[in-house]
Design a protein around this ligand. Structure first.
Ligand code: SAM
Ligand code: SF4
Length: 474
């Protein structure tokens, strides 16, 4: 069945699935790659135009190491042109791991009797958020299993609690959500609590493979999950994140499907995904997982670069599932957001727990550097760590966010805001050594702004931050 945008526009007509497996495999099997095409496609992307499925298939089918290098270099240039050298930092906060689903890859699955189940109460959420604020975090993603207790009202309440916590100069300025799909009304309730992005990962876009991993519970309904972000849009929640869990099925199929999903959202709602995530399966409690679809580091790097070129405007998230060395490398090829100081055992930010007990977390994380170490290393790599939350608070979401591709956006917003949030971090939380590096980086990046009016305004705001004002942004 071919995709017809109008079908999805009408909420009372059942949604037709927009992923056609045969069509996706046709692209993979029948679109060859050659040097001329690859160079042309990279150039198209660098002019900030979206790639179509055929062009993405060409990149996917590129196996010549030299051309793969061109793809990676193209992604690097594009990322710098669109977002500058800033990397946005956030932390995940697991609120509850009760779960009625049976996703075979996840430590929280209902059949895993070894999982230590916990739902944070109000006091515990406050303690966790205080601990995160004491480290300098400003952006959180709250994560939940799928359970009758975690209703939209409950989720909205936990969001409000997170926003209410103020420790010293600390505060949370953006709460994103990763939770089970909802009905339209539920999305509306959660939106009203003031969230940023609502993420739902399809895990695998292949219907047959999906069945084999999702054995029972609501999540076993492939179509309900696939159409979840349509319901979010219907609810007015226009800031959505998509993703696939790499390792469940052929990575080439997932990459094309992520782009297909993007096309669908753009065609129906005039707004693509705010973020794309590409978690790779990691070890989890009582997990015994085959490696038929294992994605090597080389393919993983390549697919990230392809996604960056395919959807130039989207935020791309690389998490602490991946080890430090690989994160440091991949971050260059189009990633715009990473987590820092991550702990995924419930309640572990406020206690100094090991972070290594698989029965207490969802999966194993492989980068347990502190936020402060990550900031140091980003500065060493000539990147600006950013805690910016300006777009969503100024209403630059949905269709407005698409203006990311408008030239000048970085100079007007991303870079100045990254600089200001780094200045705040230095004043409130940085070690002396980081502060010295940080102020040098700020000076260097102010000069790159290249517009006297903006430079003056940034300098004025920095003086205000030094004299105690906070939360200044463009
Ligand atoms: N329970 C909600 C759901 O399934 O939509 C919230 C998401 S879950 C807590 C967060 C994401 O973690 C999942 O969507 C999946 O992609 C990822 N995940 C699950 N098990 C994983 C594993 N073993 N390794 C890496 N990522 C995993
Ligand atoms: Fe539950 Fe989500 Fe884990 Fe599936 S991935 S078992 S729905 S927490």
């Amino acid at each position: 069945m071919k995709f017809t945008p109008e079908i999805y526009k009408l909420p009372d007509i059942p949604m037709t699935p927009f992923i056609d497996s045969e069509e996706i495999w046709n692209y993979i099997n029948n679109i060859p790659s050659n040097k001329e095409k690859v160079i042309e496609i990279i150039a198209k992307s660098l002019s900030k135009k979206r790639l179509n499925l055929e062009e993405v298939a060409v990149l996917i089918n590129t196996n010549d190491p030299q051309l793969i290098n061109e793809i990676k270099e193209g992604a690097k240039t594009l990322k710098n042109n669109i977002y500058g050298n800033r990397i946005v930092l956030f932390a995940p906060l697991y609120i509850g791991n009760k779960c009625s689903n049976n996703c075979t890859y996840c430590g929280f699955r209902t059949s895993n009797n070894k999982a230590v189940r916990k739902t944070l109460n109000e006091n515990e959420i406050i303690q966790e958020v205080e601990a995160l604020e004491e480290n300098g975090q400003k952006r959180l993603i709250l994560v939940y299993g799928e359970h009758a207790q975690y209703t939209p009202e409950y989720i909205a309440e936990t969001v409000k609690i997170a926003y209410s916590v103020k420790k010293g100069n600390g505060e949370i300025r953006r709460v994103n959500i990763n939770a089970a799909p909802m009905e339209i009304e539920g999305f509306r309730t959660v939106k009203e609590s003031g969230i940023g992005t609502f993420q739902v990962f399809q895990e695998t876009y292949n219907r047959e493979a999906y069945k084999t991993y999702h054995l029972s519970g609501k999540k076993s309904d492939f179509d309900y999950r696939l159409t979840s972000l349509d319901r979010a849009q219907e609810a007015g929640l226009d800031d959505v994140g998509i993703g696939a869990l790499f390792g469940l099925y052929d990575w080439r199929f997932e990459v094309l499907s992520l782009v297909r999903h993007t096309n669908h959202l753009e065609a129906c709602y005039n707004v693509g995904p705010h973020t794309i995530s590409f978690p790779r399966i990691k070890d989890a409690s009582s997990l015994n997982f085959g490696d038929k679809y294992f994605v090597s580091d080389e393919d993983f790097t390549k697919l990230i670069a392809i996604l960056r070129l395919a959807v130039p405007y989207t935020g791309m998230i690389l998490t602490a599932r991946e080890p430090e060395k690989l994160r440091n490398e991949i971050i260059q090829y189009g990633v715009s957001q990473i987590d820092g100081g991550t702990k995924i055992e419930l309640g572990s930010y406020s206690k100094s727990e090991s972070n290594k007990d698989l029965d207490k977390g969802q999966f194993k994380i492989n980068d347990d550097r502190s936020l402060s170490d990550i900031i140091d290393e980003l500065l060493d790599q000539d990147m600006i760590p950013s805690f910016c939350t300006s777009c969503y608070r100024r209403g630059r979401t949905g269709e407005h966010f698409m203006e990311f591709s408008v030239p000048g956006f970085i100079k007007r917003f991303c870079s100045p805001n990254a600089i200001l949030t780094l200045a705040e971090y230095i004043e409130d939380y940085a070690k002396e050594e980081t502060a010295i590096k940080g102020w040098k980086a700020i000076e260097k990046n102010i000069l790159k702004l290249d517009d006297e009016k903006i430079i003056k305004s940034v300098r004025d705001k920095i003086e205000k931050i030094k004299s105690g004002q906070r939360d200044l942004y463009f």
